[in-house]
Write a protein that binds this ligand. Structure first.
Ligand code: UD1
Ligand code: MG
Length: 458
């Protein structure tokens, strides 16, 4: 943790054309959260006093996402992409107003972990003016090389295009993450020139400028995996895979059992209690909380909230879900609720012990304790214009293949006969039947067969 106030500047100005997408690169998601969101979350985790986000002109969606992540974030527009030092200077107002450490992060690098950044803040605390997060690259091509003095001190960062053949041999590379403890960082950055192969203002040149001012540079290293930059859909999938592997391990370390962890997909905020069992092929979207001892059987899809709704999905202790269940935003399942195969629950509360075990849609409803929703029941919640709710009392028994047309209330302990279409409220402990009387014509089939076979033989 920094001993001084911390400002984090996130560079998000790139358009990311290699994503071949109408969505700006940094809004593409890993584990259900935008890459920008992941990076900004680090600012929160490090208790930064402020987060400044540098966007490109017209990137209003990115501005909106940054403010959704942190309403206090300051957004700056870099008018022309003149290089990374120029990008940081777009946030000069925030930097000039800040008295403390400054950390620069790239919004397209979503896997960096808090301990690596804390280690950087530690070297600043220990006296370095500039700290760089480096890694040993398998293939260093394209990265800036970290040139050290033999005692681990950082002398300079050399970009690929400006490097000598000897410098190109260096495998210790710049991740892009840089930290500064500099009296006047704006003035330091303003002294960076663009006399290089790309004609850009390189943030990396800050190391040499700082040394000229008598400040020292230091390197902190991390795994290459942590600083994977995403430029294309395939790299996004690689980042997702790395994120998922970490999250599964963390969940299992917390007492979750996964039969086939590589088939379970978690979201950035999935909360799983102890002794949760996840069978293969379970997908979590954002906003799902699962309490202890819940069993989620194979092939389930659970989403608590999406960009539009912050509704959440909570599954209380001892519930059994699936196989093949879909749980959607705004739902809460009480203790020991059973949701069986081919059941969808949306914006509904199922109180403890309630069951919907087969082929059912429970949408916009309150289902009381211990109620039993029979196979094939549909809650008809939508009339083409509005969503309406159903209120199902405790202990209600709904027979199979019933349609419950909202808005409707079924009183405690009532029964609904199988095959009924319920459009009126039902009183507690009553039986509602809405279907034609069954009649029986004795020997009808015998006469029918006789008549038909005679007609056919003529
Ligand atoms: C940069 C580093 C390099 C490092 C590599 C790690 C410099 C000069 N080089 O190179 O040492 O190894 O990252 O991936 O910093 N950006 C802007 N405005 C600009 C230019 C860039 O916002 O004018 C943003 C980009 O959107 C991107 C980030 O800054 O998110 C890095 O820029 P990029 O052009 O990818 O730099 P690299 O050549 O990869
Ligand atoms: Mg890059």
């Amino acid at each position: 943790m920094s001993d001084r106030p911390l400002l984090i500047v996130v560079l998000a100005a790139g358009k990311g054309t290699r994503m071949k997408s109408a969505t700006p690169k940094v809004l593409h998601a890993v584990a259900g959260r935008s890459m920008l969101g992941h990076v900004m979350a680090l600012a929160g985790a490090l208790a930064a006093v402020r987060c400044a986000v540098v966007i490109g002109p017209g990137m209003e969606e990115v501005r909106a996402e940054a403010l959704a992540q942190d309403p206090d974030a300051q957004i700056f527009v870099q008018e022309n992409q003149l290089g990374t030092a120029d990008a940081v200077l777009a946030a000069r107002e925030a930097i000039a107003a800040h008295d403390g450490d400054v950390l620069i992060l790239y919004a397209d690098t979503p896997l960096t972990r808090k301990p690596s950044l804390e280690a950087m803040l530690d070297v600043l605390k220990a006296g370095a003016g500039v700290a760089v997060l480096g890694f040993e690259a398998d293939d260093p091509t394209g990265y800036g090389r970290l040139l050290t003095d033999g005692q681990g001190g950082l002398v300079a960062i050399r970009e690929q295009k400006d490097a000598t053949p000897a410098e190109l041999e260096v495998r210790l590379c710049n991740s892009g993450v840089m930290g500064f403890r500099v009296g006047n960082l704006v003035s330091l950055l303003e002294r960076i020139g663009n006399d290089n192969a790309k004609g850009e203002y390189y943030l990396t040149d800050a190391v040499e400028v700082a040394r000229g001012d008598g400040l020292t540079g230091a390197v902190v290293t991390c795994d290459e995996e942590e600083v994977l930059g995403v430029n294309s859909p395939d790299q996004l999938a690689v980042a997702e895979g790395i994120w998922q592997r970490r999250a599964r391990l963390e969940a299992m370390a917390g007492g979750v059992t996964m039969i086939a962890p590589e088939t379970v997909w978690l979201a950035f905020d999935t909360q799983l209690g102890r002794d949760v069992l996840l069978e293969p092929n379970v997908f979590f979207g954002p906003g799902v909380v699962v309490e202890d001892n819940v069993e989620i059987r194979a092939n389930c899809h659970l989403v608590g909230c999406d960009r539009k709704s912050k509704a959440g999905l909570k599954i209380a202790k001892g519930a059994k879900i699936g196989p093949y269940a879909r749980l959607r935003p705004g739902s809460t399942l009480g203790e020991n609720v059973h949701i069986g195969n081919f059941v969808e629950v949306k914006n509904a509360h199922m109180a403890s012990g309630a069951k919907a075990n087969h082929l059912t849609y429970v949408g916009d409803a309150d289902v009381g304790e211990g109620a039993n929703i029979g196979a094939g029941t549909i809650f008809c919640n939508y009339d083409g214009y509005n969503k309406n709710r159903c209120d199902i009392g405790a202990g209600v028994f709904i027979g199979s293949n019933s349609a419950i047309v909202a808005p409707v209330t079924i009183g405690e302990g009532a029964y609904v006969a199988a095959g009924s279409t319920i459009t009126h409220d039902v009183k507690g402990d009553a039986l509602a039947i809405e279907r034609a009387q069954q009649t029986e014509k004795a020997q009808w089939a015998v006469n029918y067969r006789l008549k038909m076979s005679e007609a056919k033989s003529k």
